[in-house]
Design a binder for this molecule. Sequence first.
Ligand SMILES: C[S@@+](CC[C@H](N)C(=O)[O-])C[C@H]1O[C@@H](n2cnc3c(N)ncnc32)[C@H](O)[C@@H]1O
Length: 316
Amino acid sequence: MNMTHRPVLLAEAVTALIGGPLIQDSASAKNIIVIDGTFGRGGHTQALLKQLNVNARMIAFDKDLDAIAVGNAIQDPRLRIVHSSFAQMDQYAEPESVDGILLDLGISSPQVDQAHRGFSFRREGPLDMRMDTAHGLTAAEWLEQTPQEEITRVIKTYGEERFAFQIAKAIVAKREEGSSPKTTLQLANLVASVVRTREAGQDPATRTFQALRIAINRELEDLELGLKATLKLLKPQGRLAVISFHSLEDRIVKQFLQSHAKVELPRGLPVREKDLPKSALEIIGRVKPSDQEIAENPRARSAIMRIAEKRLGVRA
Ligand SMILES: C[S@@+](CC[C@H](N)C(=O)[O-])C[C@H]1O[C@@H](n2cnc3c(N)ncnc32)[C@H](O)[C@@H]1O
């Protein structure tokens, strides 16, 4: 079983965060603070720590207790590990005090690979799907108590699944018989029995599992809150890098960056440079994994990293 996680866009993320004007000369920079919102197995955290000087501080968040245990075992006085969603990161640092923030969204390889976590439709295990096993409903509990219309909405919206209505109906029919799905394979088989057309190379349960995982972990709500928090925490010229793995996440990140990078022109011409209102962010760019990275790590194939920098002289 794979208990490690191969970090995606590792060098690119480090360059995006460290390469900004604030941290560039990190050997001489003082009091640098960097946040990793998604510690996982610490690949990005460790690579960033290697580049930061002895005075730097790093705060790493994860919802997952296994990830927290790995983080707590790292002997580095610069690192603080926090068991919390990154949505609450603004409770752990002062406004405008942070030089770089990374979010590497989604789930880690150990989460998918461990059957008892319930994320995989290929491995029989309890239908759990919680990143934070200390809080909240498991996917099985959620399916047992959620109205059919809401199950349909979740599968349709978060899974972009054409057969959402039929899947929700089948789940509720099983529930009414007293045999609501309790394990990953029970759900996967139920979904396969109603998804009539299979997409090439894709398991019929892929979209339903993605949808339930997003709902159970409130992934999109957390992302919106986390992005807002980054705007508050970043210093002027501080950098934000967000790696997403599916279009729903990436759309939220893209729209957030664009809306805070937009300059609304004041009415009336001519406009002088000094009169232009400042937007909060400057978009630095986006990066996708190289063909070589995708060949070595197929999980990287859908990754996209967006990078932005907090502008000077604006308050979020
Ligand atoms: C793709 S992995 C990160 C891998 C990490 N960059 C590494 O190199 O090992 C995503 C991690 O973020 C965590 N996670 C996802 N959403 C989170 C959130 N809202 N708050 C905190 N942790 C979250 C997951 O539990 C998982 O461990």
